[in-house]
Ligand binder design. Structure first.
Ligand SMILES: Nc1ncnc2c1ncn2[C@@H]1O[C@H](COP(=O)(O)OP(=O)(O)OP(=O)(O)O)[C@@H](O)[C@H]1O
Ligand SMILES: O=c1[nH]c(=O)c2[nH+]cn([C@@H]3O[C@H](COP(=O)(O)O)[C@@H](O)[C@H]3O)c2[nH]1
Ligand SMILES: NC(=O)CC[C@H](N)C(=O)O
Ligand SMILES: [Mg+2]
Length: 519
């Protein structure tokens, strides 16, 4: 692949690390998050244009906190420290970091004390920034000059222009920091002298060339769900190797109502690609019988998916590649590519495509052409490839499907009930123009029976929950404020039209502390 300018984001366990990466990419600079345990030699070998130290929950003066070799400050690569990263730079340079007399949380006014600083180009002398810290830099290290402060934080930004090292106590990556993106942009362009070569046209061209080289004349099987990521992956692979690609859609029996037929219809009529639909609802149902643990369900579904793909490729060629539409957040959220040790982030849920591939399945290799991209970047690539707008802007749908929306054991009957309820919700949302306004909405079957009264009879039947969220990146999400009259209509229709449901509730939990899916 053609060499791209790269910025390394060194992960010290901060909550907003993915946001830092997204903002840098939005500035047209490619970046990767690396664990703080990555050796300096490895980082040097990447020839980064700049390095960003992230925030983190620890205190730098605690010796067991994540630290890094001081040598990194001497390799001549510009560095930007954020929050913990800022304190780390101070600590490494023998400045004084200690618990602050006043912690700062939330929106705080920043006062730029040196408007000539490269970091603050086109940033007003006072603006709002987002703070989240209990420690502070009491004395900056020698050679560093304070360039910004707040009422409670005497060193909110500092710089060593000679070494091109900059540090900010606040979080420029969150949108609450009014000029945050400008500050990051200044670091990338004014300090690191990036040219901004991360644009999707280049990405497509480079990726197609790299795919051709890697695949040669071999076959490729792509797991195609009809969702955004795999559809865009199909577009890229098809452009690269044409008919050597076969898209395999696994109908695992846990799709939304009519989804299987929609996917088949779309990919056999709109595109000129080899497309195979494998119906294996019964197989999945038998493997999931009696299973109630969410992680176990996810792993079983992931493993069975691999087996289906393996059987398909063997039906076509002796060897071949396996491709899937994995994107960058899938890898990060499943704990891959994260730091070990202290800054390790807990695995919240194993995405099905991150399940371990069984040992006896040996593809020539696994291809994930979108593995470094965020969702908005994937959509941009999709649009540029000419994939229809409706497909590119579909709501995400998880690979384990309704399997993670039925709490407890999955049975054919529960799948049917959930499909019907979900269908009503989707119908009402689309009639009211909510389809494109919300990031994701669906029904969940918690496996709870409640007492009701219908036509003067006592009922003891299923409760169904509605989940609807708005979010930019699915890392955090807010529950959607759907108007009461629409909710009332949905509830009324579900209880009337769907058998075995006598009660509807609305999930009003944001993420965190909840997650989007219930399992
Ligand atoms: N039913 C399926 N059949 C074949 N492959 C699937 C299926 N579901 C998921 N996959 C594979 O797993 C990958 C990850 O699933 P994921 O849901 O994250 O992506 P997607 O379905 O392509 O897009 P979206 O996030 O919009 O739903 C897919 O890109 C695809 O390669
Ligand atoms: O392909 C997928 N395989 C999975 O195993 C999986 N689990 C969650 N999701 C989707 O990820 C987003 C965030 O969901 P959570 O807040 O539940 O983690 C939401 O969009 C979820 O629908 C998955 N997608
Ligand atoms: N958000 C952060 O990076 C916090 C850094 C450090 N733990 C503090 O409280 O000051
Ligand atoms: Mg999907």
């Amino acid at each position: 692949m053609q060499k791209q300018e790269l910025v390394v984001i060194l992960d010290f366990g901060g909550q907003y690390n993915q946001l830092i990466a997204r903002r840098v990419r939005e500035c047209n600079v490619y970046c990767e998050i690396k664990p703080y345990t990555t050796p300096l030699e490895e980082i040097k070998a990447l020839h980064p244009k700049g390095i960003i130290f992230t925030g983190g929950p620890n205190s730098v003066f605690d010796m067991s906190s994540p630290h890094y070799t001081k040598e990194i400050l001497e390799i001549g690569v510009p560095i930007l420290g954020i929050c913990y990263g800022c304190q780390l730079i101070a600590w490494m340079g023998d400045g004084e970091v200690k618990t602050a007399p006043v912690s700062e949380y939330g929106k705080i006014e920043l006062q730029v004390t040196d408007p000539a600083s490269a970091l603050f180009r086109d940033v007003p002398e006072t603006s709002i920034v987002w703070m989240s810290h209990t420690d502070y830099i009491a004395t900056p290290p020698e050679g560093y000059q304070i360039v910004g402060k707040t009422n409670d934080c005497p060193c909110a930004a500092m710089q060593n222009t000679e070494k091109k090292i900059y540090a900010v106590q606040f979080h420029p990556e969150v949108t609450h920091s009014e000029y945050g993106k400008q500050i990051l942009r200044n670091f990338l362009y004014e300090v690191c002298a990036c040219s901004g070569d991360w644009v999707m046209d280049n990405f497509i061209e480079n990726t197609v060339a790299a795919l051709r080289e890697k695949i040669g004349d071999k076959k490729v099987i792509l797991g195609l769900s009809g969702g955004v990521d795999s559809s865009v992956a199909a577009g890229l692979l098809s452009r690269a190797v044409g008919k050597q690609l076969t898209c395999v859609f696994v109908d695992q029996g846990l799709m939304r109502k009519d989804e299987g037929d929609f996917v088949e219809q779309t990919f056999t009529t709109m595109f000129d690609m080899n497309f195979v639909r494998v119906n294996c609802g019964e197989l999945f149902m038998s493997k999931l019988k009696g299973v109630t643990d969410p992680e176990e369900k996810r792993k079983i579904i992931g493993t069975e998916f691999y087996k289906v793909f393996w059987n398909e490729i063997r039906g076509q060629a002796e060897d071949g590649f396996f491709a899937q539409g994995t994107i960058y957040p899938d890898r990060i959220e499943s704990g891959k590519g994260k730091s070990d040790g202290k800054a390790n982030t807990a695995v919240i849920k194993t995405h099905h495509n991150m399940a371990k591939m069984p040992d006896d399945i040996q593809f020539l290799g696994v291809i994930e052409p979108l593995g470094d991209l965020f969702k908005d970047e994937v959509r941009e690539v999709g649009e540029k490839l000419g994939i229809p707008h409706e497909l590119v802007w579909r709501q995400p749908f998880p690979g384990p499907g309704l399997g993670v929306r039925i709490i407890g054991e999955i049975t054919a009957e529960k799948v049917k009930i959930l499909q019907e309820a979900d269908w009503v919700l989707r119908d009402e949302m689309s009639k009211n123009g909510y389809e494109s306004q919300l990031s994701q909405f669906f029904c969940v079957l918690p496996g709870v029976n409640t007492v009701g009264v219908m036509g003067d009879h006592r009922t003891y039947d299923n409760l169904v929950a509605i989940r609807a969220v708005t979010t930019d990146d699915f890392m955090t999400a807010d529950w959607a404020k759907i108007p009461y009259d629409i909710l009332a209509k949905v509830s009324n229709r579900i209880t009337n039209e769907v058998e075995h449901i006598n009660r509807v509730v609305y999930d009003i939990t944001s993420k965190p502390p909840g997650t989007v899916e219930w399992e």
